[in-house]
Design a binder for this molecule. Structure first.
Ligand code: APR
Length: 235
């Protein structure tokens, strides 16, 4: 390991669960009472834009009712104190990592608080509703804005940067993700190819658990602060 090890962290819905944001793969297989294919695919948006816009408008509005929890805050402390390279990659579209405070944060599946214009391609910060054909702040055309969310069948964001960070990392930590969705589920394999140490922190064993050098199971609000203290204490 280099003197200041490089860390890449991947988070999923589990890190926001204790803030009150529902995870995706609940036992009923529904996401907030909807089948994923009815709200999280480009086909769903073409078929029923009102349903999809309403669904994400509700998720966006709900962000005002939730706050970062101890796990988000611990990762922000870690980034602020870390001397090596640090990159936080999240699959989450909520803004809880942003509000905890990060400089090195990538939303690989997009963000609720961003709108993407299907006419001009611009992505812009957006906190209000998208239903009702609002005007794009970039091209001034109405009717082209959609949630800036990477739906199933679309290409995740920032893959070049993520791949480069994983190739240079010494420690890869996966937090609160079921390991069901690629390419994120494959990051542990890329980290292993780079001979990084790998650690899973999740409520329960995930699909990827056998791939990790070490796995700790329990709530993120307990496991993550404890791990961060351990890492910072051992510098
Ligand atoms: N602490 C830690 N882990 C938790 C907690 C908690 N309090 N609560 C739940 N978990 C774990 C669950 O055990 C599960 O393994 O978090 C994981 C959440 O898994 P998913 O709901 O599948 O969410 P995620 O892995 O982020 O999904 C990946 O799938 O639908 C798409 O694009 C969407 O980004 C999402 C992607």
């Amino acid at each position: 390991m280099s003197r200041h090890p490089n860390i890449v962290i991947l988070t999923g819905a589990g890190i926001s669960a204790e803030s009150g944001v529902p995870t995706f793969r609940a036992s009923d297989g529904l996401w907030e009472n909807h089948r994923i294919e009815d709200v999280a695919t480009p086909q769903a948006f073409r078929r029923n834009p009102t349903l999809v816009q309403t669904f994400y408008d509700q998720r966006r509005a709900f962000l005002g009712q939730v706050n970062p929890n101890a796990a988000h805050l611990a990762l922000a402390r870690l980034e602020a104190a870390w001397k090596g390279d640090f990159l936080l990659v999240t699959q989450n579209v909520d803004d809880l990592h942003d509000r905890a405070g990060h400089n090195q944060l990538l939303h690989m599946h997009g963000e609720l608080n961003s709108a993407l214009c299907t006419r001009c391609g611009a992505a812009r910060p957006w906190t209000g509703p998208l239903l009702g054909n609002p005007t794009c702040p970039a091209c001034r055309q109405p009717g082209g804005l959609r949630p800036d969310i990477v739906w199933f069948g679309e290409m995740p964001y920032h893959m070049n940067r993520i791949e480069a960070a994983l190739a240079a990392c010494d420690l890869f930590v996966s937090i609160g993700t079921s390991g069901a969705v690629y390419p994120a589920a494959g990051f542990v394999g890329w980290a292993r190819d780079a001979e990084a140490k790998t650690l899973e922190l999740n409520l329960e064993p995930s699909a990827g658990t056998p791939m990790f050098d070490e796995a700790r199971h329990g709530p993120a609000s307990v496991l993550v602060p404890a791990w961060v203290e351990e890492v910072l204490g051992s510098r």
